[in-house]
Every structure is written in structure tokens, then in C-alpha cells.
Ligand binder design. Structure first.
Ligand code: SAM
Ligand code: SF4
Length: 330
């Protein structure tokens, strides 16, 4: 079987698919207060088109899909799409990244979909007022309810915490404390300039080592063996049920084991978070490409995958990184 191997020998078996660019929140590190220019609906991939692209990718060896956005649960019929995708016998895992404000009523249904293994819940503060300041929406009670329901559910739960200088760094160890009694993987993410504007003013640069040092001020951590392609470096703390991870998203020390590609909600193929989009899949399939054509295309596109995020960024034609993460699919 032909499989997706890039020119550095990396096997691609994971796709991140943004199902929408719309969102019910306005996180300050992701988009401006007034939101972003959303794409007209007919320029978004339909769920049928997404199902088809994922089927073709799974025939080329992709085993894992992450559904993200924008906020996936904002898109109408997202649960039906999840069911449709679950019928793909070649996929092993379908995971979802969500802000959690709209999902509590769907959790029991999601638990019945056996391919859905992990939910990544984004939660950047445990304090209602601060949460509202960061997300520009007062939805903390609903998000926390989702957190509690997911923690009790059969789904694996990971928390995504974007570490924002001057906003939530004082809460890093409050999040770590959650792992004592809760079976949750808390992952701290370095902030990137994907916010609709570009690099934000920061008092301090909260990079991987700084975050780790902050945790070590209070806890003794032991690094645990992670999957080779893991985006986070992960740690255990004695007598804690959960675990802690740090994602060096901006300092990009994980690229050599990268196994993923991305498709945005408007059908742009991306080999790397930091590239500016390398192919318009939507036009290609709407112009009548067969599944074989799409396969051949994917096989050649991954050959262009840059060695790392710095090279991808340097090769950009559209200038420095500033697009909102909600258009890329984080
Ligand atoms: N709306 C969903 C959510 O917030 O989980 C899914 C989409 S969001 C773009 C995916 C992830 O990207 C979230 O965990 C979010 O915190 C993270 N993210 C967004 N903008 C970011 C940035 N500028 N730097 C680092 N992480 C970012
Ligand atoms: Fe929406 Fe997620 Fe971006 Fe926040 S991080 S604005 S929830 S897409």
C-alpha cells in the first residue's frame, strides 16, 4: 500500500481537521474582540467532503483524526458528522478539541461512539472573572460543568491551558494541583502569535523551561515516556492520579517526530502549523477529482513537508504568522 511518508522519512498517520472557522468565544490569544472575517458557508468543506477526504487519507495510512476549529460544536450537525466518521473502519481514533461551552448535553452520546477516545478541553483559568477576561465571554460555569462531566465519563480528558504572560501564570500550579485527585492530563501550551494580529506584547516569555521551573517550585516531577510523536513532554508527580505536560508549540522542539498534517475548514491543506497553506483541496475535489487523484495528490503534498516549523515559517509567502488559530485549527 502507498503510505504517506515525507522526504525526511516521517510517517504521516494523523490529521487535524478544522470543521469550522466559527466560534462562540473570543479568546484574546486566538482572535480580536470583534472576531475574524469568517468564510462564507459555501466556501467551507461540507461534512460529506470532509468524510471523503478522511476516507482517502485513512486508505493512505492515517489512523487518527483530531476534530477542531473554531469551535466544532458550533457547526450544525457536528454530532451526526462524528457518527458518520465513526463508520470508517480504517480509523482507530477520533479526538476532539473544544472550549466546552456547548458540549455538556452531548457527552453521553459521544461516549457511545467507541472511536472517540479523548476530549481536549481548553480552559485557561479556574477563576470565573479571569476566564471571562481571557475568553471575552462569561461562560466559566458551563465550561467547568463540562470539565466535571468529562472527568466522570468514559472519555479520556486532557486540559489545554495556554500560558499567557500577565494573565494566568499565577495559576499554573493551581492547574497542577487538579491532577492530585482527578484523572486528567493538564497540558500547558506556549502561546503563539496566531491571534489575528501577530506577536503580542509580553512582559516575560513563558517558554517550556520557564513553565517547567514554575511547576518545580512546588512539585517534584518525573518525566514519563511519551509516544514518539507526542506534542507534549509529560511528567508524573508522586501520589497524583493525573499527569502534567508542556507543549513547546512556539519553541518547536518536537518537529523531528511530527506525524501530522492539517486541513482547514475551507479545505486548505497544511503540512505544518507554521506554513501558510500549500493546496486548495476544496477546489480540487469540487472540480471533479477522483479518489485516486486525491490520493496521488496527498502522496506528493507530504513530500513537501518542511523539516521543521522554523523552515515552514521562513518559506511563507503571506508574511509573518498572524492568522487566527480558529482558521487553522489548533
Ligand atoms: N475552540 C476549540 C478550543 O478552544 O479548544 C478548538 C479550536 S482552538 C483554535 C484549539 C486550541 O488552540 C485550543 O486549546 C486553544 O487554546 C489553542 N490556541 C488558540 N490560539 C492559540 C495561540 N495563539 N497560541 C497557542 N495556542 C492557541
Ligand atoms: Fe474559539 Fe478556541 Fe479560538 Fe478560543 S481558542 S476563540 S474557543 S477557537
Amino acid at each position: 500500500m502507498n503510505s504517506l511518508i515525507d522526504s525526511f522519512g516521517r510517517q504521516i498517520d494523523y490529521v487535524r481537521l478544522a470543521v469550522t472557522d466559527r466560534c462562540n468565544l473570543r479568546c484574546q490569544y486566538c482572535m480580536p474582540a470583534h472576531g475574524i472575517d469568517i468564510v462564507p458557508k459555501d466556501e467551507l468543506l461540507t461534512f460529506d467532503e470532509m468524510t471523503r477526504l478522511i476516507r482517502v487519507l485513512s486508505e493512505l495510512g492515517v489512523k487518527k483524526v483530531r476534530l477542531t476549529g473554531g469551535e466544532p460544536f458550533v457547526r450544525k450537525d457536528f454530532i451526526q458528522f462524528l457518527e458518520m466518521l465513526s463508520f470508517n473502519d480504517l480509523l482507530q481514533e477520533i479526538n476532539i478539541t473544544t472550549n466546552g461551552a456547548l458540549i455538556s448535553e452531548h457527552i453521553s452520546k459521544i461516549e457511545t461512539l467507541k472511536k472517540v477516545k479523548t476530549i481536549n478541553l481548553s480552559i485557561d483559568s479556574l477563576q470565573r472573572e479571569k476566564f471571562a477576561k481571557i475568553t471575552r465571554r462569561d461562560v466559566f460555569p458551563e465550561v467547568f460543568k463540562t470539565f466535571e462531566l468529562l472527568e466522570k465519563s468514559s472519555l479520556q480528558l486532557k486540559l489545554n491551558v495556554v500560558v499567557q504572560s500577565g494573565f494566568n501564570t499565577d495559576e499554573i500550579n493551581d492547574f497542577v494541583r487538579l491532577t492530585k485527585d482527578k484523572n486528567v492530563a493538564v497540558r500547558f501550551i506556549e502561546e503563539m502569535p496566531f491571534n489575528g494580529k501577530g506577536q503580542r506584547e509580553m512582559n516575560k516569555n513563558w517558554t517550556f523551561p520557564k513553565i517547567l521551573n514554575e511547576i518545580k517550585r512546588e512539585f517534584e516531577v518525573t518525566e514519563i515516556q511519551s509516544e514518539k510523536s507526542s506534542t507534549s513532554r509529560n511528567y508524573k508527580i508522586e501520589n497524583h492520579i493525573g499527569s502534567v505536560g508542556i507543549i513547546p508549540a512556539f519553541t518547536r522542539t518536537i518537529c523531528s517526530d511530527c506525524n501530522r498534517i492539517r486541513i482547514t475548514s475551507k479545505g486548505t491543506f497544511k503540512n505544518c502549523l507554521f506554513d501558510d497553506g500549500v493546496f486548495n483541496l476544496l477546489d480540487f475535489i469540487r472540480n471533479g477529482a477522483s479518489d485516486e487523484d486525491v490520493k496521488t495528490l496527498f502522496l506528493s503534498l507530504v513530500k513537501e513537508k518542511p523539516e521543521n516549523g522554523f523552515i515552514a515559517e521562513a518559506n511563507r509567502k503571506k508574511g509573518s504568522v498572524s492568522e487566527s488559530m480558529s482558521t487553522i485549527g489548533g
